[in-house]
Design a binder for this molecule. Structure first.
Ligand SMILES: Nc1ncnc2c1ncn2[C@@H]1O[C@H](COP(=O)(O)OP(=O)(O)OP(=O)(O)O)[C@@H](O)[C@H]1O
Ligand SMILES: [Mg+2]
Length: 497
């Protein structure tokens, strides 16, 4: 292999004596798109954090452009031409878009910030990503997909030789993914090397030239993507054959337990009405901006409604805040696990029992009960962490998602709203979550499943509501739940526009 841009030799990493990466040798060429796949905690993020100066390896060497380098920190990495789009957003909420993009690398002249130029650059970067986000918009006002696009803009703002993407598409929809892939192909054309981490094996096959499989911190294989299909990749990741992904669907009862009537929030939601049956999984499909998350947030009282009713077991209820929602036995698993899902500076126990804290405290917080409960969830979801006391920021991305799930489950809900529950989760853990939803509906819990993964909507739901621009365009049942029909309603080619 003549034209390696980056090469590692015997890279290992330990955290407090625990080995999470073991003897990794990779060699990536100029202009190559190199995929890394593996289950949650396989060590993917740790490996790329080493390459981008966030972590130092315990053992091993890194060679860049033929020379051994000792990458000291992310700024050093950037200076030699390595930038990373991290798995967890690294944006400062209080600053605006262009300030974030140029943070630490501000354009200046004679010591003065050249704001106009930075704004102009920001607009053209976002144009390249086909996004019209105002350069002076505050980060906290952006949706997760927009935040992801800003992270991408930030990484491509400075010409780099190696661009690392740690699960950049988990929050993006098909259209946005296509835009990103076009950009990646253009970068590749111009000789940029890309490392691409994803749990979406179909995407990996589509965009990557070669793929590395990691399992428990070890290299399992490196192969060309045209030599291994998705099933083979999944097998290598898990280390054994995988059985059926989706469990058998359960038929719900006729009884309607939850109704939304004429829910309207000007500019966001227009006259939304539907009913949810006991033991049903009701899917919500649609493109980004269709208003599905906004609907969930309005139902649980994060957003104010302008008109409309919510009826539980035949009785109208007022839900003004997420606490009211919990009181009415509605749980919400947020799509933005960093924003409202979990608190990364708390440990797992604190996180899982956060919303039902009143139930644990007569006067003092009952820490023994808290701990027992948390242990139960650790087993149930196979959450892997050093200890119950480990702060969440040290968890792998997929494990943070599992904690966030445990947290919304703790008050024992009757109605459960899942918003993109399997985002960033590996194939095996996905199956666990599907099984678990199946168990819930068998016990009579009713579920709303908001998802951009059509496969998941089709595999799991009894009925599917399709939304477009804040309205319901179609309700599908039985054989009508298929990719084609969903897309027709989602794009407005079918149904009321
Ligand atoms: N700073 C840290 N301190 C302690 N342990 C850590 C730290 N960073 C990572 N780990 C541990 O290293 C292991 C590998 O984590 P890593 O984030 O690399 O997994 P991953 O393959 O990216 O998983 P995912 O698909 O869930 O993102 C995990 O067990 C994680 O808890
Ligand atoms: Mg990761």
């Amino acid at each position: 292999m003549g034209d390696a841009l980056i090469k590692t030799q015997g890279i290992s990493k330990e955290f407090s004596g625990v080995r999470v990466l073991d003897n990794i040798d990779i060699e990536i060429n100029r202009g190559e798109i190199f995929g890394i796949i593996g289950e949650n905690v396989a060590g993917k993020s740790t490996l790329v954090k080493i390459l981008s100066g966030i972590y130092t390896p315990t053992e091993g060497k890194v060679f860049f452009e033929g020379n051994e380098v000792d990458i000291k920190d992310p700024l050093h990495a950037k200076a030699i031409g390595i930038s990373i789009i991290p798995q967890e957003f690294n944006l400062i909420n209080e600053l605006n878009v262009y300030e974030n993009i140029f943070l630490g690398s501000e354009i200046t002249r004679r010591g003065f910030l050249k704001n106009r130029e930075m704004k102009k650059r920001t607009v053209s970067l976002l144009e390249e990503l086909k996004k019209s986000i105002h350069p002076e918009e505050k980060i906290e006002r952006l949706s997760v997909a927009q935040k992801q696009m800003v992270e991408i803009a930030k990484a491509i703002a400075f010409d780099s030789k190696l661009l690392i993407m740690d699960e950049p598409t988990t929050v993006l929809t098909l259209n946005e993914i296509e835009i990103l892939f076009d950009l990646m192909r253009n970068l590749k054309e111009s000789g940029v090397t890309i490392i691409y981490i994803s749990h979406k094996l179909k995407e990996v096959r589509e965009i990557c030239d070669r793929v590395l499989v990691l399992r428990d911190g070890k290299m399992i294989s490196t192969s060309r993507t045209d030599e291994a299909d998705e099933e083979e990749m999944a097998r290598r990741m898990v280390g054994r054959e995988l059985s059926q992904v989706f469990p058998e669907k359960v038929s719900p009862s006729e009884e309607i337990v939850f109704e939304v009537e004429g829910l309207t929030s000007h500019g966001l939601l227009e006259d939304i009405s539907f009913g949810l049956r006991k033991g049903e999984i009701l899917g919500f499909a649609g493109l980004v901006g269709a208003g599905r998350t906004e609907l969930a947030e309005t139902i649980i009282g994060i957003r104010k409604k302008d008109s409309g009713k919510i009826i539980i077991n035949g009785r109208p209820v007022e839900i003004k805040s997420p606490i009211d929602a919990v009181k009415n036995k509605i749980a919400y698993l947020s799509e933005d696990r960093q924003g409202s899902g979990v608190i990364t500076s708390f440990d797992m126990i604190k996180n899982t029992t956060l919303i039902s804290l009143p139930a644990y405290s007569k006067i003092l917080i009952n820490s023994k009960l808290e701990k027992e409960k948390t242990k139960k969830y650790v087993d149930k979801f196979n959450i892997r962490a050093a200890s119950l006391k480990t702060r969440l920021e040290f968890f792998s991305g997929g494990n943070q998602q599992k904690v966030s799930l445990a947290k919304s489950l703790d008050p024992e809900p009757e109605i459960f709203i899942f918003d993109e529950p399997t985002r960033g989760i590996d194939v095996n853990a996905k199956r666990e979550i599907y099984r678990f939803m199946n168990e819930l509906v068998r016990e009579g819990v009713s579920c709303i499943l908001i998802s951009s993964e059509l496969e998941e909507i089709i595999g799991m739901c009894n009925r599917v509501i399709v939304m477009k621009e804040g309205r319901i365009t179609g309700i599908l049942e039985g054989d009508h739940i298929n990719e084609e029909e969903i897309m027709l309603y989602a794009t407005g080619l079918k149904g009321v526009a």
